[in-house]
Write a protein that binds this ligand. Sequence first.
Ligand code: URA
Length: 438
Amino acid sequence: MNILEIIEAKKQGRQLSTEQIEFAVNGFTGDEIPVYQMSALLMAIWFQGMTAEETAALTGVMLRSGEELDTSGLGGPSADKHSTGGVGDKVSLLLAPLAAACGLKVPMLSGRGLGHTGGTLDKLEAIPGYTIHMDNERFLQLTSDLGCAIIGQSGNIAPADGRIYALRDVSATVDCVPLITASIMSKKLAAGPETIVIDLKTGSGAFMRDLDQARALAEALVAVGKAYGRRMSVIFSDMDQPLGKAVGHANETIEAFDALRPCQREQAPQDLVVLTEELVADMVRVAGLQPDRESALAQVRQVWDAGQAFDAMLAWVAAQGGRLDPARADFGLDVAPVALELTAPQEGWLAGINCRQVGLSLADLGGARRQVEDPLDLTAGITFHPAIGDKLTKGDPIATIMCRDKSRAQAAADRILAALTFSREPVSPRDLILDRLA
Ligand code: URA
C-alpha cells in the first residue's frame, strides 16, 4: 500500500477501504507518513467527503489507537451526552446526577474549553479539592456506586484524534462533517456508554452556524454510533444566546448546582432547565428505562423536585474530593467581585446577540483560553440578564461583570455591547429546541 495512491484515490472521489484508512492514520501517528501527505489527504477528504462506511472505519481506527473502557460491569444501563459546545453550557453538571438519580450509569469523560466555548472540566475545577484525574478502575467503580463520575479525558483516549485534530486546526480542515464525526465519536465510544444523546447546537455561539449543516452532522453521528451498536438520539438546540444566565466557571457551577436544589426547578433559568430535562429524558427513554418522552420527563422532574438529583450531585462531587457547602448560596466557591454593571444604552427590543462574542468576552476577563496552555481565572464571570425578544428600557441591566481587574471588565463590556442588536419593533423570543433525530 502506498500513501500517494490513497491521496490520489480520494482526490478522484473514490471510496477508501478500511485498510487504506488504517494505513494512512497509523502511518501518520507512527511518524511514517509525513505531515504534508496527511494534510493533502485531509484536504482531499474535505473536498470529496466520505461515505458512511469510510466515516465508520475512520472512527474505528482512531478509537482503537487508544484505550476503551469496559462499562459492562457498571450494574445498570450506561448513557452519556455529548454537546457540540456553546456559551454558558453547564448542562453536564446537572445532567449527570439527574440521569444517575433516574437509574442510569454515566461515566463522563470531559474536555476543556477553547476559544469562545466553555469546558466542563474547567467548571469542575472551580470546586475546591475536586480532582479530574483518576485511574479507569476507580472511575468505573465510582460510576457504578454513585451513578455518575466526571473526569478528564486521558491522553490515551483516541490519541490519533489528538494528532489529526492538531493538523486539521492548521490546515483549514476542521469544518468537515466526516472528520468532525470521527473525531467526536472516537472519543465518545471510548468511554463505552451504550446510549449516546447528542446536544447539537446551532447559531452564532455554536460550532455549526446553521441547521442544515447541523442535520448533516447529526445524521453522520447517528450512523456511526449505530454502526458500533450504540443507541443514539440527537436534540438540536439554539445557541444564539447564552444558556442560562451565568457565563464563566465558578459562577456557572453555582448556577447549575443551585438549579438542582429540591423545588428550584421552576425558579432556575428556564432555558437551562428545559434543555437539561429534555436531554436527560432522552437518555432515560433511549436507554429503555421509560417507554416514551412523557414518562421519561415525569421521572426526571420527580427526581429533581424530590432532591434525589441534588443528593446524587453532592455524593459524586464529594467522592471526587470536591468540597461544597450546600448551606451557602455560592456553595463555598470563590467568585470575583462585581467590577462593572453594563446597562442598556437605549430603549428597544433585544433582537440579536452575537453569542460567540459574549463567549470571547470571558477571555477578555482572563476566564477563557485563547491558546490551549493559557491559565484561567476560574473566578471571573458574567451574568447575562436579558434574552432575545425582551423589551429593555434605557438603564436596564444587561450584564454583571465579575473580575478582579476593572480595565479588563471594561473591554468585556465593550465587546458585549457591540455584540447586541436592538429593534424598535417587538421581536419574538427564540425557540430553544429546534428539532430531534432518533
Ligand atoms: N469537536 C471535536 O471533538 N472534534 C471536532 O472535530 C470538532 C468538534
